[in-house]
Each structure stands twice: as structure tokens, then as C-alpha cells.
Design a protein around this ligand. Sequence first.
Ligand code: HEM
Ligand code: SF4
Ligand code: SF4
Length: 434
Amino acid sequence: MEPTRETFGNIPPTSQAVFYVLTVLAMGVFAYGLWLRFRMWRRGQPINLLQLLVGGAKVMWGKIWPGTRRVLVEGLGQQRVRGRGLASSAHIVMFAGFMMLLLGTTLLEIDHLAAMISPELSFHRGTYYVIYELTLDVFGLFFLAGCGYFLWRRTRRPASVGHRATDWYVLLSFIAIGVTGYLVEGLRILWQQPQGIAAWCSPVGLAVSKLFSDLSLADARSAHWGVWWIHSLLVFGFIASIPYTRLLHFITGPMNLFLAAPSLGQLRPVTMEEVELTERIGVSEIGHLTQQQLLSLDACMECGRCEEACPAFATGKPLSPKAVVQDLRGLMEKTFAGGAAKAPALHGETISAETLWSCTSCNACVEVCPVRIDQVALIVDLRRHLVSEGGLSGTAATALRRMQSAGNPWGLPGNERGAWTAALAPSPTNSDPA
Ligand code: HEM
Ligand code: SF4
Ligand code: SF4
């Protein structure tokens, strides 16, 4: 018999109907959460996305391709996630497992809809079925291995990584989704009794089915139905929670990779036209950041790579690029979605001048950020405002003052400018060939 299985096999029509209602509900909660974030990003300075669609096909492609390439190579290919040892490998296998399971579920639904039009259109059978089942079984293990590592890492609470209560929910629910997925498969194998390759192509499910071999066929069917519901409810919870947890990064990450400036760490000059138009220099309120900058705040998953790379943080200065991004993100929420309570000021109350002036603009944070958040541009934009208000302080202020008065950052008198060359001048004895 040709290897295959019935989609929604053993699931009564009422359960199927409730399943689709809950799917729509979960997607509604997801879409609403994303809409709330989108409303906040929109409050930033416009970035005119429509200009990407201006011009002929070749011109448009020239504008769209660099961002698309970054999404493919750095997002899908996980290029910028590499470089952090086990954490990088764990994310890559978890990501690969997740993407494969997502693709598998999508293909299954397409097959189900196709079969409703005509059974002839169903393709979930034969060699395709064998490859499909085997691939998903193996990638499910990758997914669980990656989640298992991150759960273990959370118990150790590394200092540079951010910790929120929902992180436990995310990782535990991922693991529960993986485990119940294998249980559903094992129980299905028990009641369906596939033979030969049709059973062997699901090696993990087959091993799980052996654990329950004492169950009668009827019990296997009811257990299958029960675990199928638990698995489905966990998946609905996961879909609905994406915009409200750290999982948001797998939407905002690729979005920011697409929109980020192609050359990292290149500061944007301020033009006189801009100053005349906006009547300000730099950023004094959260809404002065661009829409892309506000979105980038939501792409941060608090991995702590920037903090680990920051020389100012390492030398005990009051600066962590991760904290700057997170503080701005918090302010964005308080300002645009905080209700009646007055949001704190950006300068002073949210980020201190001392923090801003501790940055050496070395760009190390920007180089390591997996989703291309430009922490230096954020810091410099905030500093520009301080300068425009005469709020320059610390060594930078002293250096600039001396540049103005003496023409050099050390404040040395102009007539001593050439003094350092004295030691280099050839002495008469040296120059005398005799
Ligand atoms: C689109 C591209 C993505 C990028 C660039 C990305 C990047 C990252 C990075 C850099 C981390 C921190 C890991 C570390 O500590 O080094 C992380 C954490 C995480 N990512 Fe992704 N991610 C992406 C997509 C996804 C997807 C599709 C999933 C779904 C499984 C996912 C699930 C997670 C989870 C659960 C964590 C948190 C781990 C923890 O609790 O410590 N990511 N991501
Ligand atoms: S640019 Fe500033 S914030 Fe970034 S690593 Fe260097 S000192 Fe730290
Ligand atoms: S800004 Fe980038 S590197 Fe820093 S914690 Fe956030 S995601 Fe990680």
C-alpha cells in the first residue's frame, strides 16, 4: 500500500471546526499585537518606503535587492548570529528546525485544501510522504535540542543576556510543542498501524509508539485525540504570544535587516536644510527617532553581544549599548502606549548625559549586533541634541573648547606647535660629512 496518512485522521468534525475557529482567534490576537507595535513605529520620523517602488523595474530592483539579500543571508542564513560558540549553534539548529516544521505544516494544510477540491490533487503520499515524514522527524529533534540548550542557559542566568518572565513560557512551550508533536505521532502510529517504510519513515514517532504498546486500539485513539488538542492549544498560545514576548524578534529582526543602512556605523550628516525644517539638531524626544530606528528597538532580543563587545562597559563606564536600546524601547512604550501617565523625559530621566558621553564611537557594538541595530547612530543623535543645547561635558567638552581657543585638543600655545619637530631636525654634526 502507498505510504500516506489522513490529515485530521481520528479528529471528529466538531473538533476540526473548533480548531479552525481557534486558529482565526490566535491569528487575530497576533495581528492585534503586531498592529499595536506598528502604531508605535509609525510615530517616528517618516522613512518614505514608497520611494523603493519609484522608477523602472531595474531601478526598483537595485533599491530592493540589498535589503532582500541581507534578509536572506543574515536572517534566513543566520550569518550574523554566528560567532558566539554554542549559543550560535543552538540558535541555528533551533531556527532550522522551526523553519522546517513551519514549512511542513504549511505544506500539509495546502495538501488538505487541495484534497478538499479533489482527492486527485492530494500529494501527501508515496515518496514525497516518506521524505516529508523523515525530514520533519529529524528537524523536530534539532528544534528540541536548540530549545533545550537555551532553557539550560536560562537556568544559569548569564549577566549579559536579558531576562524576562515570559522567556520561560516561550522556551517551555516550545519544548512542550515538540514533545506533544512526537506523542501525537506515536499514538497515531499505534492506532493506524502503518507497515514497513510507512512506519519507518517516522523513526522518532515509531520509538514513541513502542512506549505505549500496551494501549488498546480504542485507548490509543482517545489518547491521540486528547494529546492532539493539547498540542494544538500550545501552538495557538505560541502564535498569539509572538508580538508580546521576545519572539517578536523573528518578525522585527528581518524587517530591520531589510531597512537598516547598508554600511554599518556610517554617521548621517546633519544638513542646514534639515535644521531649518525641523528647528532642532539631534534627538530630544523619542518621536524624533526615525520609524526605522523605533522598529530597530523592537528587534533587540537582549542577547548582550553589544554589551560584551563595548570597551566603555568593560572599563566600568556607565554605558551599556544594550541598556541604551532597551531604555529607549521602554520610553517608546511609555510615550506612545502608556495611557494617561506622563512619560519620563528622554534626556536626564531615561538616559543620562554621562552615559552618552561615555561612548567612544568605536562601533564594536554595531559590528556584532545580529539584527543590525545601529546603537552608535542612536547615541550620536542624542548627543547632537546635547551639543546643540550647550550640554557638552567631560573630556570631549574640554577637547573641543581647546580646539576652539588654541587650535589643538591639548590647549598648547600656537607658537609651540612646531616644538615636537626640534628633536627630529638634523644636528650639524650629523649633517656634516666630514
Ligand atoms: C529571523 C532571524 C532571526 C535572528 C537574526 C535571530 C537572532 C537571535 C539571537 C541573536 C538570539 C540570541 C541568542 C544568543 O544569546 O546568542 C535569539 C534568541 C532567540 N531566538 Fe532568534 N533569531 C531569528 C529568528 C528566530 C526564529 C524563527 C525563532 C523560532 C524558533 C527564534 C527563536 C529564538 C528564541 C526562543 C530565542 C531566545 C533564547 C533564550 O531564551 O535565550 N529566533 N535570536
Ligand atoms: S560605539 Fe560606544 S556603545 Fe558601542 S561599543 Fe563602542 S563605546 Fe560601546
Ligand atoms: S542591540 Fe543587538 S547586540 Fe545588543 S542586545 Fe540587542 S540584539 Fe543583541
